[in-house]
Ligand binder design. Sequence first.
Ligand SMILES: [Zn+2]
Length: 319
Amino acid sequence: MYYRYLYTGFLLIFLILFTGSTVHAEADKDIYKERMALFKKTEALTQIPWHFFAAMDNFERNIKKEDEGKVISIEVPAELWYGLGNSSMIQDENLITFFNGKGKDGDGDKLADPNNPEDILHTIANYMLEYGQTEEDIKIALWNYYKRDLSVQTIMNTAKVFKTYQEINLTDRDFPVSTDYNYSYRSTWGDRRGFGGLRIHEGTDIFAGYGTPVKSTTYGVIELMGWNLYGGWRIGIRDIYNIYHYYGHMNGYQDDIQVGQVVKPGDVLGSVGSTGYGPPGTSGKFPPHLHYGMYKDNGYSEWSFDPYPFLKKWERMVK
Ligand SMILES: [Zn+2]
């Protein structure tokens, strides 16, 4: 009898946990759908391709961690929205236009409300439209909005990814070296190292044999390739989470890989080597390994953080 209660108890706990996470996953899917519907509607009204303001929204969400559940994360500065002189922040669209504000009514209630998702997107798309509809025009619009190269670069990259996959719900991941081969790694982030003066180790070293396939861990765009004194043949990918992924000491690159290319988790970038610490082509000064570094951008500055916990997580996801 006692065991039966225990069993029922476990079953109940299991059901609560299981349905709980399912409900959560469904809610996540719904918010992606809701966002996509708003993006498509704004594109139809303004002719600005949806992936540009979707990428801008994504960039802003990555900066504001508390925004996970918000439909649209773009926050237009008050003076830009209402216009200079509209100090009582009157939301009447004509009055905003009179004060040279950018705020627009997207949902047809005659009010330009900076907290209304449709109004925000309509405002941003119209702001872009002032510059034109080509990619170059939108890049200039973004530069004038953020006044920061890295913010523009990240948004343009994300837009390219969204356009390629026609999807904003891109959450797959992969481990950076093929788990079909032998490899080992431990947490080495922050270790001191000798060569090149006083630098701390900004990454995790994954030891594996020459030729072990190196893969993209994320959705992103290849931003950098080529030789570096310390990194050897290296590759840099900026992803859709405002994170830059740095791969060092590679033996070489996969044939079709080039700067500007969109990649997805699992795409082969090249293979493990021991290049670096000398002029181009230097190899074999240390055992073959992949140096994997991660850098986060918060819209103001970029800094290195420990990839180790993420590597552990992605390893569990693919194994
Ligand atoms: Zn390293």
